[in-house]
Design a protein around this ligand. Structure first.
Ligand SMILES: [Zn+2]
Length: 341
């Protein structure tokens, strides 16, 4: 056998592999804003580190690479994991963990809420008492928990769909647009489902208001989702309009919000719930301002390509707003646990 032929047979696949590797690495290099196709040009203040037309597998593994979407993906992915943990904790009601998380989410220094862990333990004890005791205490009621879980599910859906959108929208124009709509649907779902715990528990003794307010926000939310699904409205030209639609849903909450605040006065911990809801409103409002204004990158284009850009700040504020609302929901749940109509 010709030894040169033999070496060719061995060296050829190595060469091919090398070439392929070089080709792969050059195809999946990060590009600048100027090199982007027109449909991907969204934020002219983020100058570098873009992924363009990456296959799904490469896009998935870019979860562990630095590019200008890395922190956008991780901020909401970690938020999703946090809410999944809170959901499971509430479902299985592990006292220690529930207590720890309750301590974290319920003891913001805005109340004289010293008995937080005791309350939570009390809630657990009362729940297990209900399940095991044949003669439960007469003043303790079994509280309806589905509105609380509706909110948790809505938050998880929003955070997960946002992470998926940021991770895979670099794949193609078609998928990018589809995922963007999924992202907007997620935000809308979170806004709608956030109304469920406060409205349901505060108006528990007057179901007509539950129906009017929860029905109203659901219809407005569904209208927003249908409007969002129109491809034209997903483009960057309509960023302001989308923010307006989201804000109008939040503003719709002002009427039941004021009404609920009045009814909620009979709740001994109404000030704690109000403080949480006020914190939530501030987080969401500030987040929206960052989203629309694209501060700080507009002042120093290119400086915040990897970290510190407006969208990442918006993401973090969304998670904090949802956590504040979770805290308020626990207060409402606690209240209805001990006070029925
Ligand atoms: Zn986002």
């Amino acid at each position: 056998m010709d030894p040169t032929l033999d070496s060719k047979l061995i060296s050829e696949p190595v060469e091919t592999k090398k070439w392929k590797k070089r080709e792969e690495s050059s195809s999946y290099e990060l590009v600048s804003y100027k090199e982007l196709p027109e449909y991907m040009k969204d934020n002219e203040f983020i100058l570098n580190y873009y992924r363009v037309n990456w296959p799904l597998k490469e896009a998935f593994f870019s979860l562990f690479r630095w590019h200008n979407e890395t922190l956008n993906v991780w901020t909401h992915l970690l938020g999703f994991v946090l809410f999944l943990g809170l959901t499971l904790t509430n479902l299985i009601q592990v006292p220690q963990v529930s207590d720890l998380l309750a301590l974290f989410t319920r003891s913001f220094p805005m109340s004289g809420d010293i008995n937080v862990s005791l309350d939570s333990l009390d809630l657990f004890v009362r729940t297990t008492t209900n399940l095991t005791d044949l003669n439960p205490e007469p003043d303790v009621t079994t509280v309806t928990r589905w509105p609380f879980f509706v909110f948790l599910a809505g938050s998880m859906f929003c955070l997960l769909s946002s992470s998926i959108c940021h991770l895979f929208s670099c794949h193609s124009q078609h998928l990018g647009l589809t995922l963007l709509r999924l992202d907007f649907t997620g935000i809308t779902t979170m806004i709608i489902t956030s109304f469920f715990p406060p409205i349901y528990y505060v108006f528990q003794c007057d179901p007509k208001w539950q129906f009017i307010y929860l029905g109203g926000i659901t219809v407005l939310g569904l209208f927003t989702i249908v409007t969002m699904l129109s491809p034209a409205l997903s483009t960057k030209k309509f960023r302001g309009f989308r923010a307006l639609l989201f804000s109008s849903m939040a503003l719709f909450g002002i009427i039941p919000g004021i009404h609920a605040a009045i009814v909620n006065c009979s709740n001994p911990r109404h000030d704690v719930a109000m403080a949480y809801e006020l914190a939530m409103a501030m987080f969401y409002l500030t987040g929206t301002l960052f989203y629309v204004s694209r501060v700080p990158e507009r002042f120093k284009p290119g400086w915040f390509d990897l970290a510190g850009q407006s969208h990442q700040i918006f993401h973090v504020l969304v998670v904090m707003g949802a956590l504040a609302h979770y805290g308020a929901s626990l207060v409402f749940l606690d209240w209805r646990h001990s006070h029925s109509c």
